[in-house]
Write a protein that binds this ligand. Structure first.
Ligand SMILES: Nc1ncnc2c1ncn2[C@@H]1O[C@H](COP(=O)(O)OP(=O)(O)OP(=O)(O)O)[C@@H](O)[C@H]1O
Length: 255
């Protein structure tokens, strides 16, 4: 059996005496996709920063594998609107080989000719894909993604999560990501960790969605509902049946 890439045992973190994380146990195995989910202020980004080594735990153990190579995608990147930087130059800061950068752009679904565009001119979805391209340039064995679909419309979110799954398969890397929407990541994750300063519950997304601790945090209305697809969606995400589009709910007759 392979060794973990990351292992946290009993990790605690406080800021100015306020406990933000306590007793956190987390193991990330090679190839595994783990999603951290929790309300605002739950400590998700703090946990990510501990994994990245940007913060030190106050207590507990943090083990990082010696061969660990992390590709990080931040929640958002603030760029001065007057800064003259193209997408190509932005990627060159991480990887000087232009061909590799162009190939990576293609891999995340951006036309490589967009590389000459100012970074500030990219749409929200393109920017997230550009950040993902930068994160995978170093061929990491762990991708850390802090709210990767932020600012992306619902159809784009699904396709970005699909892309993350494809990248995991191709790069054979693990993924640790933060999300606010369990519904959307249901099919894209192997394990969900529901965090609210401590780990409230964890496991396969199906188990977590019916866990009382999850329902207490997110309510039954947001508890995700899943279905198997035997139908098509239109561009807005509605289901197309016999030429008519409708939105999914629990009363749908189809799978
Ligand atoms: N450097 C810091 N100094 C003081 N407090 C901090 C610091 N970093 C985070 N906090 C506090 O820790 C708590 C957890 O913050 P964190 O950003 O980890 O939450 P989160 O779950 O990622 O939230 P969100 O979903 O809103 O992004 C918040 O109350 C925040 O104000």
């Amino acid at each position: 059996m392979s060794n973990p890439l990351i292992q946290l045992t009993g990790v605690c973190k406080s800021f100015r005496g306020n406990s933000v994380l306590s007793g956190i146990d987390l193991t990330v195995m090679p190839g595994q996709i783990i999603t951290l989910i929790g309300p605002n202020g739950a400590g998700k980004t703090t946990l990510v920063k501990l994994v990245l080594g940007l913060l030190k735990p106050d207590a507990g153990e943090l083990y990082l594998a010696s061969n660990l190579c992390i590709g990080y995608m931040p929640q958002k990147l603030l760029i001065d609107p007057t800064l003259p930087i193209t997408l190509d130059r932005f990627l060159a800061l991480s990887e000087p080989d232009k061909q590799k950068c162009q190939a990576t752009l293609g891999e995340v679904g951006i036309d490589p000719s967009a590389g000459s565009q100012p970074l500030q001119s990219l749409s929200g979805g393109e920017m997230q894909r550009a950040l993902l391209a930068r994160a995978i340039l170093r061929k990491p064995n762990l991708l850390v993604l802090d709210e990767p679909v932020q600012g992306v419309d619902v159809v784009g979110q699904e396709s970005l999560y699909r892309l993350i799954g494809q990248l995991r398969d191709r790069l054979d890397c693990a993924v640790l990501m933060v999300s606010h929407d369990l519904h959307l990541v249901m099919s894209a994750t192997d394990e969900v960790i529901c965090l609210n300063q401590h780990i409230c519950c964890h496991g396969h997304p199906d188990q977590v969605s019916s866990n009382p601790a999850f329902i207490e945090l997110f309510g039954t209305k947001t508890a995700p509902y899943t279905h198997h697809h035997n139908h098509q969606h239109d561009l807005r995400g509605d289901v197309v049946t016999a030429g008519k589009a409708h939105q999914h709910d629990r009363s749908c007759g189809h799978d």
